[in-house]
Design a protein around this ligand. Structure first.
Ligand SMILES: [Fe+2]
Ligand SMILES: [Fe+2]
Length: 268
């Protein structure tokens, strides 16, 4: 159990397809019992991968019912086209904050927390991400500047390159409670707290089937890479695991005390 002077946040990486979301829903009661997180955030950009990519309103509500209080997204935000008409009815879901302001959906979420307010937002990186977006540095800086009522921030940095993520970590050091990378689906071994009290991890990993190529069945992806032909890919089903980051927070300062890789089942 955490002491009263600290609180614990669990951030889960990209939830991938039906195997990923089923396992999240099934395992969260056990995870809550063991780790006592005060709130849980997840990246949901691949939660509807069985249909291609993206997320739907129905899936977002299922994840909320399972105890996830905020869902971040990424480059696959519009993988399900109807989601553009659904997102505005989902205040606990945010699309990348570095899209133009008129884009549907919230650009950040306010989580009331022990009398304080934590802002949650995601931004897309710009290196190797095939989307026209604004600077993630400017977008995160602007959110902080325009919302003095928010005591601290958790930023999901949905980006391809390690350098861009590390740079955003340093940019937000001391200004955010946590800067957590997503998108590659591969967990990195660098969870730590920066000297300004910001929890940092380059990529928290994936919640989905690990007997796969980042969630997809191996064979179709191998054919694609080997031939460049558009072979159909399918969601893998085996060896489902949850990856994320566990952060302990000092409630008096809202600085991170520790950040550690989360892997479930334990030992996997
Ligand atoms: Fe993803
Ligand atoms: Fe992504």
């Amino acid at each position: 159990m955490t002491s009263v002077s600290s609180a614990r946040i669990l951030f889960l990486g990209d939830i991938f397809g039906k195997p990923g979301r089923r396992y999240v829903v099934e395992q969260l009661p056990l995870i809550k019992e063991k780790f006592h997180p005060h709130f849980i955030i997840a990246n949901g950009e691949n939660a509807a991968s069985d249909k291609g990519s993206g997320i739907t309103s129905k899936i977002a509500l299922e994840l909320q019912n399972a105890g996830i209080c905020a869902i971040t997204l990424g480059n696959h935000v519009w993988g399900q086209k109807e989601f553009v008409n659904e997102i505005d009815a989902l205040p606990f879901v945010c699309r990348p904050a570095n899209f133009v302001a008129s884009t549907p959906g919230a650009s950040w979420i306010d989580i009331p927390f022990h009398g304080k307010h934590i802002g949650i937002a995601c931004v897309l990186g710009r290196e190797f991400i095939k989307m026209m977006v604004g600077s993630p540095f400017e977008a995160t800086g602007t959110l902080i500047e325009q919302h003095p009522e928010i005591d601290t921030w958790i930023f999901d940095v949905h980006a391809e390159t390690t350098a861009e993520k590390v740079a955003l970590g340093w940019f937000l050091n001391g200004k955010a409670l946590a800067v957590l990378g997503t998108h590659t689906h591969i967990q990195t071994n660098d969870a730590h707290v920066l000297d300004g009290g910001t929890a940092y991890m380059t990529d928290v990993g994936m919640c989905g089937p690990f007997y796969s190529v980042i969630g997809h069945k191996i064979e179709g992806i191998l054919q694609r890479f080997q031939t460049n032909a558009p072979y159909t890919t399918e969601v893998a089903t085996e060896d489902v695991r949850l990856n994320g980051c566990l952060i302990d927070v000092d409630l008096s300062t809202l600085k991170a005390q520790s950040a550690q890789a989360f892997r479930w089942p334990e030992g996997k």
